[in-house]
Write a protein that binds this ligand. Structure first.
Ligand code: ADP
Length: 159
């Protein structure tokens, strides 16, 4: 069974993340979407809320598991019997950081490879930061995030 891990902050999950997950499922038998609990970022949504949003966004998709991890991703990947990390690449600007992380993860665990998937071009401008900002300013995010995320944003930022 080919298992891949897709780590991130997912604050919140967007259609860009989902595009990467769907592409990943054509390559892997199972994808574990996992939230970094002690990243240096200060998330808007709690870990539980973010995991719930991943779950509701992937209803009907088989072979998706939602998890969270503390500390470094490389040792955690090993505990899941996986050898592959999936990351999304939107633009050249993502590349330097991702390249550095991939090589550091390999240093920590020689058996891990990171694969990069490119989303559909219509999602390349999308990130969670801009979605949170749109939500805060009462913008319409329906075309950028799954419907259950639209609802969660409305609850976070009531009129
Ligand atoms: P992180 O804090 O680790 O960057 P994110 O949740 O922002 O976590 O992103 C997780 C992964 O998904 C990263 O590899 C990021 O490049 C990728 N990603 C984020 N948004 C998109 C998008 N719109 N299209 C494709 N990949 C994306």
């Amino acid at each position: 069974m080919k298992i891949a891990v897709y780590p991130g902050t997912f604050d919140p999950i967007t259609n860009g993340h989902l595009d990467i997950i769907k592409r990943g499922l054509t390559i892997f038998d199972k994808i574990i979407v996992t939230i970094a609990l002690n990243s240096s970022k200060k998330p808007l949504f709690s870990a539980e809320e973010r995991m719930d949003m991943i779950r509701c966004s992937t209803v009907g998709m088989d072979n998706i598991e939602v998890a969270s991890f503390r500390g470094l991703i490389a040792p955690w990947v090993k505990t899941q019997n996986a050898h592959t990390i999936i990351r999304g690449l939107r633009a050249i600007s993502d590349f330097e950081y991702e390249f550095q992380m991939a090589l550091m993860n390999r240093k920590i665990n020689e058996s891990i490879d990171t694969i990069f998937l490119m989303p559909n071009a219509r999602y390349t401008f999308l990130n969670s930061t801009i979605i949170r900002e749109m939500g805060r300013l009462q913008g319409d995010v329906a075309q950028f995030v799954p419907s259950c995320v639209v609802e969660r944003l409305k609850e976070k930022f009531p009129d």
